[in-house]
Design a protein around this ligand. Structure first.
Ligand code: HEC
Length: 199
């Protein structure tokens, strides 16, 4: 019967269309945008968002989720694109899930910063060392699992031999920042740190 054939034909067409749209949708969902990192991914530390004593950013555009984990009292997993910095010349950046299960998808960076911007001096996963010959991963892996390799204080890592004054002085004298109000104390502290260390 032509009428029944027409209905059946329409149903088949719609079923095929639905199936096609569903599979397209599924594949689209599975495609994960890679996190691409260059010197331009980094900027004046004080233009990033402050969370406790660290500065955070998200180069994939999801700063809200990064801040939610950074400010959480119970820890959590940082979203892809997260940038975390305590010092202007060191950073951890989160790749997409599954990129490097050993480092929980974090990449470690040693940066050179000056008034013109940021140059990546070293980058990598388990092998990057800071200017004091300390291996980033070896220290950060000691953080309890719920803190996602972030050492903070009391998270289980070996402490850094720096006090709050040194941290604030280095953050406030980041040469990429256009700030005029650096205090004398911070300027002198940062100058002394750079004079007596490889920073
Ligand atoms: C001796 C152990 C040690 C080494 C080596 C080390 N870190 Fe850390 N790192 C720490 C500790 C401890 C803190 C927390 C300091 C604080 O908040 O007082 C920290 C803080 C940080 C932070 C801020 C987020 C956090 O974990 O609290 C980043 C980002 C970071 N380090 C990156 C690096 C990178 C990149 C390297 C290598 C280039 C590196 N670190 C080497 C122990 C280490």
């Amino acid at each position: 019967m032509p009428f029944t054939r027409k209905i059946t034909g329409q149903l088949t067409f719609h079923t095929a269309l639905c199936f096609f749209m569903t599979t397209t949708y599924c594949f689209a969902e599975q495609k994960i945008a890679p996190v691409e990192i260059s010197g331009e991914s980094f900027r004046c530390i004080k233009e990033m968002a402050l969370a406790g004593r660290v500065y955070v950013d998200n180069i994939s555009g999801d700063l809200e989720s990064t801040l939610a984990v950074a400010n959480s009292k119970t820890g959590g997993t940082y979203p892809p694109g997260s940038v975390v910095q305590l010092f202007p010349n060191e950073a951890m950046v989160k790749h997409e899930a599954g990129f490097n299960p050993i480092t929980k998808d974090w990449e470690f960076f040693e940066l050179d910063v000056d008034k013109n911007g940021t140059t990546i001096r070293k980058r990598g996963f388990q092998d990057v060392k800071n200017r004091f010959d300390g291996n980033c991963f070896a220290c950060h892996v000691a953080a309890e699992a719920k803190w996602d390799m972030i050492c903070g204080s009391g998270h289980g890592c070996e402490a850094l031999p720096v006090n709050d004054l040194a941290i604030l002085a280095l953050q406030n004298t980041d040469p990429r920042c256009k700030v005029e109000d650096i205090t004398f104390k911070h300027r002198v502290t940062a100058w002394l740190i750079k004079l007596f260390t490889p920073l």
